[in-house]
Design a protein around this ligand. Sequence first.
Ligand code: MF3
Ligand code: CO
Ligand code: CO
Length: 248
Amino acid sequence: MITLKSAREISYMREAGRIVALTLQELGKQVKAGITTGDLDRFAVEFLRRAGAEPAFLGYQGYPASICASVNEEVIHGIPGLRKLENGDIISIDIGSVIHGYYGDTSMTFPVGEISDEAARLMQVTEQSLYKGIEQATPGHRIGDISAAVQHYVESHGYQVVRDFVGHGIGSHMHEEPQVPNYGKAGLGPRLQPGMVIAIEPMVNVGTYEVVVQSNGWTAVTRDQSLSAHFEHTVLITEGTPEILTRL
Ligand code: MF3
Ligand code: CO
Ligand code: CO
């Protein structure tokens, strides 16, 4: 069932979205060569709790940390630890918050120092594809319109969209219906209505869209070891243009 959020629920989700966006912005400032992904995780927990929110990922289906920190060929669900970031890396940081029982979910890929032209272009195309998807998130459109817009933009720039993981509805649970794939056909899928909230989150690979989950049971990496980027926003469907709850 796809739920329509009440005014009260929307105000909680605005709060969750704002806090998690602020946390991600601050995390981005910490990203530099030498810092470990575990340092970033600890920073995130402290920042969220100070703002009155809880990390949404910690303990979710047994997930052992509060952010996902996915470096280079890691697509999503990189587990924070002792890995030190190096000049030239890219790191996708995905983070979720919960406050008053409502969730916010957002992700961005950041450069570490000086990165290759290819990495910079990948990040730019992935972020733009998210905005192409968000543009379609208006009443009367369907989920497939978002999916097709993301896929078309990405593929027209020579990259591929991951199939094995998708965006999602979000609210009093981090993952709600509907699924929001980053590939598909315009005109298909559930119709969008004001009051729906969805997380749109393209994962884009330079090479093949195929991914492999590592032996830790979580981390997805590109099958061909090519670079991957991931941008995500939590988006409220309104009568007019969509409201991005995780943008400051
Ligand atoms: N934030 C991820 C998503 O965008 C889900 C993370 S699941 C976790 O849907 F277990 F890693 F937290
Ligand atoms: Co996320
Ligand atoms: Co998400």
